[in-house]
Ligand binder design. Structure first.
Ligand code: KG4
Ligand code: ZN
Length: 354
């Protein structure tokens, strides 16, 4: 019998809820409905996410969004077989809202719950697209809090190849955007402005490009952007688009070149890009061009599923269940994991022979 999975995402500034149907056997899980409320407007006045406000807003949104996905799918709450939620990483208070609601629903319905790793949700989100990838692949995970290259051999089989030693790529976009007087979140704003500028106008650093490993460092970039902005003084207004374009070019250049090194090092012929920065137009263009030359396939999530959403959480839960990686639990005494490395993810499945 197929299973209906309700997924709840509340790790940061988006409340996402979705319904995924897991067919019998090896069938591909199907997204039946999803709904999202972004808090961006609410946090804009503060120039960044205010955790307490985020938690309170998740509380307001999560049940109406749940009703909305049930209505969209023509389903009743009682039809839900498993309630999945983001267990971490993320803001503790925000995570507790999703976990609390999921476990309360599970207990009330007499249905089991399943805690999902947020980054695994991003990582598996391309499986929601019309052209899903096949394992194994190199994953470039680029979000507001993480920048990682992983080798992915299957659901729950993740090997960290390299990661940022300081700021994440999304953070580099957000912080540079702030320095340039652009709104929050900075990535889309900076990227929009960059379209009118020249990416070669300013020489900005590409940290760790020749480090010989797959680690990243973006903290120095924002200092370089600040120094450049100060140097420009009154001319900044006229050159803002050029500086934005040069910043975007520096971040994208490092991401693309390190991804190519990961392909070379692993010998894999497939890349999956996931996380909010995966929506970046220049990153897509440059990675597509480089991979086309190498005849390597690149997969992205649908644009609207690059940033946080409930569909990726329900999907990750479905794929874990299908792969036998995790059993849903009837222990409703939940906890959350604000810090949770992806490669330490627990699995209930027996170890896979190498
Ligand atoms: O994955 P995500 O929604 O949340 C986290 O899990 O962190 O990623 C949000 C990040 C933010 O830093 C945002 O500025 C960045 O993704 N982002 C972008 C773009 N859209 C979102 N960065 C560059 N270009 C974009 N088009
Ligand atoms: Zn995310």
């Amino acid at each position: 019998m197929s299973q209906l999975i309700l997924g709840i995402e509340s790790s940061c500034d988006e409340t996402g809820v979705a319904l995924v149907r897991l067919p019998d056997g090896a069938g591909v899980p199907v997204l039946e409905a999803h709904a999202l409320h972004s808090q961006i407007e609410m946090h804009q006045a503060y120039g960044g996410v205010v955790p307490e406000l985020a938690s309170r807003d998740h509380i307001r949104r999560v049940l109406p969004l749940t009703q909305s996905v049930l209505d969209q799918a023509g389903r009743q709450l009682a039809e839900v077989d498993v309630v999945a939620y983001t267990r971490g990483p993320g803001l503790a208070g925000a995570l507790l809202v999703g976990a609390g609601v999921a476990c309360a629903l599970g207990a009330a319905l007499g249905k089991p719950v399943l805690g999902v790793h947020h980054l695994e949700g991003h990582l598996l989100s391309p499986f929601l697209s019309a052209d899903p990838p096949e394992f194994p692949f190199v994953a470039l995970l680029v979000s507001g809090g993480h920048t990682q290259l992983m080798r992915v051999d299957g659901v729950g089989r993740y090997e960290l190849l390299g990661e940022t030693i300081d700021d994440a790529a999304g953070e580099a976009f957000d912080k540079s955007a702030k320095l340039l007087g652009l709104g929050y979140p900075g990535g889309p704003a900076l990227s929009r402005l960059a379209q009118q500028g020249d990416g070669e106008a300013f020489k900005l650093p590409r940290p760790l490009l020749h480090s010989g490993n797959l680690d990243f460092s973006f903290a120095g970039l924002k200092t370089a952007v600040l120094t450049q902005a100060r140097k420009l003084g009154d001319d900044l207004d006229a050159r803002r688009a050029d500086l934005a374009a040069s910043t975007e070019a520096a971040i994208v250049d490092v991401l693309v070149r390190k991804t190519l090194s990961a392909l070379k090092g692993t010998g894999l012929r497939r890349v999956v890009v996931a996380g909010g920065v995966g929506a970046n137009r220049l990153l897509r263009e440059q990675l597509d061009a480089a991979c086309a030359r190498l005849k390597v396939r690149v997969h992205y999530p649908e644009l609207h599923l690059c940033t946080d959403n409930g569909a990726m959480i329900a999907m990750a839960a479905a794929m874990r269940l299908q792969a036998g990686q995790q059993r849903p639990s009837r222990d409703y005494a939940f906890d959350v994991k604000p810090r949770w490395p992806l490669d330490s993810l627990q699995t209930d499945a027996p170890a896979v022979a190498a």
